[in-house]
Design a protein. Structure first.
Length: 324
């Protein structure tokens, strides 16, 4: 789903509206446009009908601990990875059991207001939820990712779409600005935990960069044996996640390797600058074992893996149809 984003220009900089799942906002220290926590809360927290009219990221931010803002506005009913829900105490007195019962019935009508219930932690005891937004690579136009958040990758790239292909599925895929990942040359991505531990794939958002009807396939293996296989179709203006396609959402078992593949669809004439079954990937979630060793891996600088920025747009499109 592609939502409109109000763009407000302040001199040479560009501000965009944000949305916070917790519905809790505070002010950003901005000497040019000073504001207050109360103003941000009143201006941004319009969760009962339409997206906030003006909640620029350079004036307001999420007040929740370690919460990252999104440009997406929540719509009901909420659907969460691994069917885990918890109450949003900022907007409701509903308890955890109410959210779990109403959001995740085995059968029947779901009643899961997104303003009342949030997604709970899908990970088990002894596991950390690892979110890969790829925004640490914002300084690169195109970047080959070998190591990130304690995982080793093959054929995983990141890109800053506004700098390369502002009119493409890459740009439509962006949730947490400004970076998305993609499968270079439309070839498979393979990743595993850097210490060779088992982990669980939870979710990711998939968008076709150039084609509609691209089939996404995610395969998890343990010691070479297939544990799960999830498939879905996506498009240039879609953001498809495992929890969106079925209810209850799929729960994937422990694996030591995950492969992400794409099967070609049909070229979207609205985006003629490139072609190929490339996938734009956002907000990938995995559950990894908790350990002091992993904490060190997850905090490593993204420049320590020795990757370099590519001067070519070749990994992003099978055919570039005009010059950049």
């Amino acid at each position: 789903m592609k939502l409109g984003i109000l763009l407000v220009l302040f001199g040479a900089s560009e501000a965009y509206n944000i949305y916070c799942d917790s519905h809790s906002y505070k002010a950003v220290a901005n000497p040019v446009y000073p504001t207050t926590d109360a103003h941000c809360q009143a201006q941004c927290n319009q969760f009962v009908g339409v997206p906030a009219a003006a909640c620029p990221h350079d004036q307001c931010m999420c007040a929740g601990p370690q919460e990252e803002p999104s440009t997406d506005y929540c719509t009901s009913p909420r659907s969460c990875p691994f069917n885990k829900y918890e109450p949003n105490y900022g907007t409701t007195v509903a308890g955890s059991q109410w959210c779990q019962n109403n959001c995740n019935p085995v059968a029947g009508q779901r009643n899961c207001p997104c303003t009342m219930c949030l997604c709970g932690n899908p990970c088990s005891a002894g596991e950390n939820l690892v979110k890969m937004s790829f925004d640490e690579f914002a300084g690169y136009n195109i970047h080959l990712i070998r190591t990130y958040k304690g995982f080793n990758f093959r054929n995983m790239y990141s890109t800053n779409p506004p700098n390369i292909y502002p009119q493409s599925g890459y740009a439509n895929a962006v949730k947490s600005k400004p970076v998305v990942a993609f499968n270079g040359f439309a070839n498979p991505i393979v990743f595993s935990e850097a210490n060779k531990n088992k982990f669980k794939f939870v979710s990711a958002s998939f968008t076709g960069a150039w084609q509609n009807g691209v089939k996404v396939t995610v395969i998890g293996r343990l010691m070479g044996t297939e544990v799960f296989k999830w498939e879905a179709l996506t498009c240039t203006e879609c953001r498809v996640r495992p929890e969106d396609n079925s209810h209850p959402a799929p729960v994937f078992g422990e694996v030591d390797e995950v492969t992400i593949l794409s099967t070609p669809g049909t070229e979207d004439p609205a985006y003629p600058r490139g072609s190929g079954a490339h996938l734009a990937i956002e907000d990938m979630l995995v559950c990894a074992p908790s350990s002091a060793e992993r904490e060190v891996l997850e905090k490593r600088s993204v420049t320590e893996d020795g990757d370099i920025s590519s001067a070519s747009d070749g990994p992003m499109a099978a055919e570039s149809k005009d010059s950049l």
